[in-house]
Design a protein around this ligand. Structure first.
Ligand SMILES: [Zn+2]
Length: 330
């Protein structure tokens, strides 16, 4: 990114995300030693092709070819990046009925995904259905609150991952949604759901304590928020210490910008989610100081259209979606 663009984005950040105690970009730039770019998607739901030009909503948006191009451009700009997905790759278009998720895993492998968590729809063809196509994924799956028992699925799903990016040690774990009223018992046979808050607290403490991770990311498919007492990303952000970033999914929430949760002890958790169907690519840049502490965070989400990174703005997309009455849900 050239300096002019950077300063423009800095101003945006200063006006929006800079509130809440974060350093304005312009200040962070001088002292920042390392920058890690997090690119993210969620609930892509077998959307291999863009929505058709005559679609009532999201006309002409999305598609894996454009997403791949955008990812390539952004990674060329900063190779110190992670590409993450918060689950529900399966189900949603005839591509799933024909390929059972194998095609999605192949294209996501080509795009260079670094970690993907397990959504409820990953069980749509039973555990065996996932096992039949998981060999097509050349990226690791991560899920921490599902106990996979003796299933073959469990052999491919990590409890957590640790990655070094630009000298920053990053721990990644995953949370899946409760099966009750969502995934029929025979579909998830052999896989058990565990309390996400407890698991998140234990895993984060382990990653930051024992493994000395500088940053912890939670890939979550439990949903952004609910009106009842179900556990959500907001609940985890409020109740668990030490998670720096929650990349969410499941509720198909088009967040206008990431939400920042600050604890009384000064620790901070960012929560982001970018709708569904791969029509938005989320991006957060984390800047680290000399002590590998997060000094600043910048956010920029990209609508996936055919014009590349500069076509349209996320704000325009959000206002269009709001005018349409909110996100569709699957
Ligand atoms: Zn879901």
């Amino acid at each position: 990114m050239n300096r002019k663009t950077f300063l423009k984005n800095s101003a945006i950040l200063g006006a929006g995300l800079g509130l809440g105690g974060f350093l304005p970009y312009s200040q962070a730039l001088g002292g920042a030693q390392n920058r890690v770019t997090i690119l993210h998607t969620n609930d892509t739901h077998a959307r291999i092709e863009p929505f058709s030009d005559s679609a009532p909503r999201y006309a002409g948006m999305g598609g894996v070819a454009r997403r791949a191009t955008l990812i390539r451009q952004l990674r060329a700009e900063n190779p110190d990046s992670l590409l993450l997905d918060a689950g529900d790759v399966f189900q949603g278009t005839p591509y799933f009925n024909k390929f059972n998720g194998a095609l999605d895993f192949e294209v996501m492998s080509k795009m260079g995904y670094d970690a993907v968590t397990i959504g409820n729809h990953e069980f749509d063809n039973e555990v065996r259905g996932f096992e039949e196509v998981m060999g097509k994924a050349r990226f690791p799956f991560v899920s921490t609150n599902y106990d996979f028992g003796t299933t073959r699925m469990g052999l491919r799903v990590h409890k957590f991952l640790i990655r070094q990016v630009d000298g920053v040690k990053i721990g990644i774990f995953g949370l899946g949604v409760a099966f009750e009223n969502l995934v029929l018992p025979h579909l998830h046979r052999g896989v058990t759901y565990l309390d996400p808050v407890e698991v998140a607290a234990d895993t984060t403490a382990h990653l930051k304590g024992y493994h000395r991770c500088d940053m912890v990311i939670c890939l979550s498919h439990i949903g952004y928020r609910y009106n009842d007492n179900r556990v959500s990303d907001r609940v985890v952000a409020q109740q668990v210490d030490g998670i720096d970033l929650i990349i969410g999914g499941h509720t198909h929430t088009f967040m206008p910008e990431p939400e920042l949760f600050e604890k009384p002890d000064g620790s901070r958790t960012w929560v982001s989610q970018v709708g569904f169907a791969g029509i938005v690519l989320g991006r957060l840049d984390f800047y680290f100081d000399r002590g590998k502490q997060i000094a600043a965070v910048r956010n920029h989400n990209y609508p996936v259209t055919d014009g590349g990174p500069d076509s349209g703005t996320y704000a325009e997309l959000i206002s269009r979606i709001s005018a349409d009455g909110g996100a569709a849900s699957v």
